[in-house]
Design a protein around this ligand. Structure first.
Ligand SMILES: Nc1ncnc2c1ncn2[C@@H]1O[C@H](COP(=O)(O)OP(=O)(O)O)[C@@H](O)[C@H]1O
Ligand SMILES: N[C@@H](CCC(=O)OP(=O)(O)O)C(=O)O
Length: 376
């Protein structure tokens, strides 16, 4: 069962890949261009297969420390922020240069905690990330260290990566770190520690096995990774922790190979995503549907096709949440819409086969896919 799950996970379309400070700076010796080149080559390959990838890259503080000649992670917030500001320049330069060799554009996204917890900003960040991946750009995300106050800092990029996975509803969250995965205890403390192949994300036993306090470069250690996996699971995202220097690590994950530690969500992605969208998102518009469509949504749990829609209201973009309202004015369901308001207005009442003639392109035959639809 596990290996077939790995195989299906390998086919995941949307990935968030987080790379820790120790990995990217070769233990603090400076940005490791060779390692970056190897990851980028693999990301470019997965990207060419039509997948969407978002990188969460640590290393700004570590690279800043190196550039400033500091051997020890500073204690004061302003020194940390200064180091991050210096190092972030090198970080994005390194990613951009490596992706340029494959003709792939990159974008820098710096996020604070507020960008994810505030609904308006949340939608903004989500919309921007989705637009970028839609444009086939690879976003490179880091915490906005220079403006984040101590109390609102993500504090570690493991958590930031999980929240980004929630934002874009990624199927897979890969954490590349300096260990082969998660062990039953800290392998630095006890070389007899054994690697965990698979566990349930959020299992409290995992926290007891995870050591906190990372080395001089990173912040999180294993505890934040375990907690991040639990957060990622809220959107049905599976987390896979693996060694960043493992040859062909991303390619092999994509092939479904058993590598690293897999932390699986208890709920399947569909159920988790439905729950997530019901509580997290704001309704951006309404689509009015006819009696036939209302019946199939209620009774057969099917997707909403444009043919059953009579009118649209609101200014939504693709991927946003809209309410489906029946002929009697009552809300029947909510779901993530596959077309923006203008396109939806042009295809309403039409059969799915007629979408291309109306728009000149087809994103999806459904207006709202049943996986993204919750009855209310
Ligand atoms: N149970 C565990 N399994 C694996 N690593 C652990 C465990 N407990 C603590 N660790 C430590 O966590 C470290 C990885 O975390 P961290 O240094 O924050 O890396 P990163 O920079 O990739 O986020 C490992 O080097 C290891 O010493
Ligand atoms: N924003 C910080 C992230 C620090 C951090 O979380 O590091 P890590 O635990 O190595 O992922 C930086 O770029 O240095």
């Amino acid at each position: 069962m596990s290996s077939s799950f790995r195989e299906s996970l390998g086919r995941a379309r949307r990935w968030v890949v987080k790379i820790g400070s120790a990995m990217i700076t070769d233990g603090g010796r400076g940005l490791d261009a060779q390692a970056i080149g190897a990851w980028v080559e693999q990301v470019a390959e997965l990207h060419a297969q039509g997948r969407e990838l978002i990188l969460v890259s640590s290393g700004a503080v570590a690279e800043g420390m190196r550039r400033l000649g500091w051997a020890r992670r500073p204690d004061t917030l302003h020194e940390l922020q200064a180091a991050a500001a210096v190092g972030q320049m090198g970080l994005v330069q390194a990613w951009e240069a490596a992706f340029q060799r494959h003709g792939i554009r990159t974008a820098q996204i710096l996020l604070t905690h507020e960008d994810v917890v505030d609904r308006q900003r949340y939608l903004n960040a989500r919309g921007t990330l989705r637009t970028l991946t839609g444009l086939r750009v690879i976003p490179v995300v880091n915490e906005n260290d220079t403006v984040a106050f101590e109390e609102i800092r993500f504090g570690d990029n493991d958590t930031l990566g999980a929240l980004v996975a929630n934002l874009v509803e990624a199927e897979l969250y890969v954490i590349l770190t300096d260990q082969k995965g998660m062990y039953d205890r800290d392998p630095r403390q006890d070389p007899a520690a054994t690697l965990i192949d698979e566990a349930r994300a959020g299992d409290p036993a995992l926290e007891r096995m995870a050591g906190g306090g990372a080395g001089t470069l990173g912040r999180g250690g294993m505890l934040t990774k375990v907690r991040a996996a639990a957060k990622a699971a809220r959107s049905g995202t599976s987390t896979l922790m693996a060694w960043g220097r493992e040859p062909d690590v991303l390619r092999r994950i994509a092939l479904g190979e058993t590598i690293g530690t897999l932390l699986r969500p208890a709920q399947g992605p569909v159920a988790a995503r439905k729950q997530w969208l019901a509580v997290q998102l704001q309704v951006r518009g309404r689509v009015f549907i006819d009696a036939g469509a209302a019946r199939v949504l209620r009774e057969s749990g099917r997707s909403l096709l444009p043919v059953g829609v009579t009118r649209v209201e609101g200014d939504f973009v693709r991927g946003e949440l809209v309410a489906c309202v029946g002929p009697d004015g009552a809300e029947i369901a909510r779901g993530l819409v596959n077309y923006d308001a203008a396109a939806a207005a042009r295809i309403l009442g039409k059969s799915s086969a007629a979408i291309e003639a109306a728009l000149g392109y087809v994103d999806e035959p459904e207006l709202i896919h049943r996986d993204n639809l919750v009855l209310v």
